[in-house]
Design a binder for this molecule. Sequence first.
Ligand SMILES: [Zn+2]
Length: 127
Amino acid sequence: MNTEPNMTQPPIPQEIVEEASARLTAERTRLVHQLQEIGATEHGELRSDVEFGDGGFADAAAATAERTEALGLAETLAQQVAAIDEALDLIAEGRYGYCVRCGSAMSPARIEARPESVLCVECKNRQ
Ligand SMILES: [Zn+2]
């Protein structure tokens, strides 16, 4: 599905790519830590050894509600990790900064605002 970068357009300055890479890596660490705290894997699956509910009462409904909430949060966090991984892959391949859909170079301002972006503003708006 990825479009080849349009290399006739000026590439994103290296220092901006490096800054984005550092920010993405830090953000990924933070997200993975949050996932661990709620007892989930990087893929947003809850570990089976994590117990919900306070254990004091046999309150299965509360434990289920807590589990559902954790699962929803884990899913959101895992999606953010996946988006960061996609951007980091593009950096590793030297394609970062080009929209994966239309191939046009993204503005440094967009990358600084949202380093995990892999779509240009036009393609994002068309989603
Ligand atoms: Zn685009």
